[in-house]
Design a protein. Structure first.
Length: 277
């Protein structure tokens, strides 16, 4: 597999998949957590994005794939496109977690998509770290992709690039060109605010993560709380405030979209990929 072409063009070619393990299962709701957090009226979200332009092109636009349909991928056009939930208009977002969770708005269901593939790459070596195959649920919305806990943790101060692709054609699932979006993640140390975190309530942690510019941690923590109490209007308001605080205009159409929950992942060690232009 020519990874250099993958990173220079951002375009996937044919993906041949031989599943020798069990079939991946569909999205499931995030498990309930304790609701012992302070009043949301006391929490203010002030997201501080990282001071980096390494992933922004000279014209100021992020060097990411378009989120609409492309010729050949056979995915239906939708009013709201496939959208990555990143912490700013460029795709670089930070985490203090060794195994972060990623979020993507998916306007499709299992009846429209044969399968999906999520893969994480070391940006420097261009080597794949891990990948998973999944199936969508019967409900469109914002899905979360947790890093497999038995996989190698992210290294500190290292950039990684991740790819989320959907194969929509039911009758030609192997040979189609996938619909794809991508993002970047960098792990940083939490040493400077660990004491503050240890004394914080679950909801206060959202504000701390946001203040530190840790997008993946802030959105992951708030998503867990919201899933545990989906009818809490104040939590829903904070969710919208966090998305607005990202200053990412592409997120505006999904402010009110539902959180579907985690995709249950199966490691796909028996996947043979041939990605080319």
């Amino acid at each position: 597999m020519n990874i250099t072409k993958l990173f220079s063009s951002g375009v996937f070619g044919i993906v041949s998949i031989f599943l020798l393990k069990s079939i991946p299962v569909s999205a499931q709701p995030i498990q309930s957590v304790s609701s012992t957090y302070n009043s949301t009226s006391d929490i203010q979200i002030h997201f501080q994005p990282p001071h980096s332009t390494s992933d922004v092109a000279d014209n100021g636009k992020p060097k990411t794939e378009g989120t609409g349909t492309r010729s050949g991928n056979k995915c239906l056009a939708t009013k709201i496109p496939l959208t990555v939930l990143t912490g700013q208009s460029s795709s670089l977002s930070l985490t203090a977690s060794s195994h972060p969770t990623f979020f993507v708005y998916v306007p499709y269901t299992s009846t429209e998509v044969s399968y999906g593939v999520f893969s994480l790459y070391d940006e420097q070596t261009k080597q794949e770290v891990w990948n998973v195959v999944f199936q969508l649920s019967k409900q469109p919305g914002i899905i979360s992709i947790p890093s497999p806990k038995d996989q190698k943790p992210l290294e500190l101060e290292k950039n990684y690039r991740w790819f989320f692709e959907l194969h929509c054609a039911k009758n030609d699932a192997i040979n189609q060109e996938p619909m794809m979006v991508r993002g970047k993640v960098k792990r940083v140390s939490s040493e400077g605010f660990e004491t503050e975190l240890s004394a914080a309530t679950p909801l206060e942690k959202v504000a701390i993560y946001a203040k530190q510019g840790l997008w993946y941690d802030a959105i992951g923590q708030l998503a867990t709380l919201q899933q545990s109490d989906p009818h809490n209007s104040q939590l829903n308001t904070l969710w919208v405030e966090l998305l607005k605080a990202s200053n990412h205009q592409q997120l505006k159409p999904i402010y009110q979209e539902s959180l579907v929950g985690d995709i249950i992942l199966n490691l796909s060690s028996h996947i043979e990929e041939n990605r080319s232009n």
